[in-house]
Design a protein around this ligand. Structure first.
Ligand SMILES: Nc1ncnc2c1ncn2[C@@H]1O[C@H](COP(=O)(O)OP(=O)(O)OP(=O)(O)O)[C@@H](O)[C@H]1O
Ligand SMILES: [Mg+2]
Length: 158
């Protein structure tokens, strides 16, 4: 809702109580995330990362199914921007991120959304946006905290 429409809300962090609420908030976040940026989504198994991505990708104008790339590793969507959604959980080496060929495929405007960024941190640009979700109960009550890179905005793929 309205309160999710400012970056201050995200950097302060807040709690959502349902996946619908997470999706709605993430949809609003689409207007805050600049294009040509990488967003790293940290959080435990089932913390709500994919749920967040679903809302964000909808917010970027994609209407079809938005599913977890746990097995495909990478899902690509075309909305107002080209969106690369990566689940790096099963990547055993950071270099495997390069094999996804994202930097060959990306044409501005794009965003790269990475679940389990810890697995491929060495291959991600230092100037990335970071979202953290914390698991407080069996079902997700995610307190998301957003960190912006020092120079938020356009960056060149490394
Ligand atoms: N507030 C909430 N926000 C998001 N999801 C929630 C919330 N409350 C409960 N859920 C449920 O928690 C689950 C989150 O699953 P999701 O696939 O988004 O997690 P994930 O972080 O992507 O997991 P993985 O690490 O396996 O990729 C969903 O089943 C969702 O319905
Ligand atoms: Mg997921």
């Amino acid at each position: 809702m309205g309160s999710h429409a400012t970056l201050a809300t995200w950097t302060a962090g807040f709690v959502t109580h349902s996946c619908e609420e997470t999706e709605r908030a993430a949809e609003a976040f689409a207007a805050l995330l600049p294009s040509d940026t990488v967003l790293a989504l940290e959080g435990d198994l089932g913390a709500g990362k994919t749920t967040f991505v679903r809302g964000l990708v909808r917010g970027l104008g994609v209407t079809g199914d938005i599913t977890s790339p746990s097995f495909a590793l990478l899902n690509v969507y075309e909305g107002k921007r080209q969106i690369f959604h990566v689940a790096a959980y099963r990547l055993t080496q950071p270099e495997a991120f390069d094999d996804l060929l994202i930097w060959d495929l990306a044409k501005s405007p794009w965003n790269v959304l990475v679940e389990w960024p810890q697995k491929v941190a060495a291959r991600l640009p230092a100037a990335r946006w970071q979202m953290k979700t914390t698991d407080r109960k069996l079902d997700w009550h995610g307190g998301g905290v957003l960190t912006r890179p020092p120079s938020a905005g356009t960056r060149s793929p490394a």
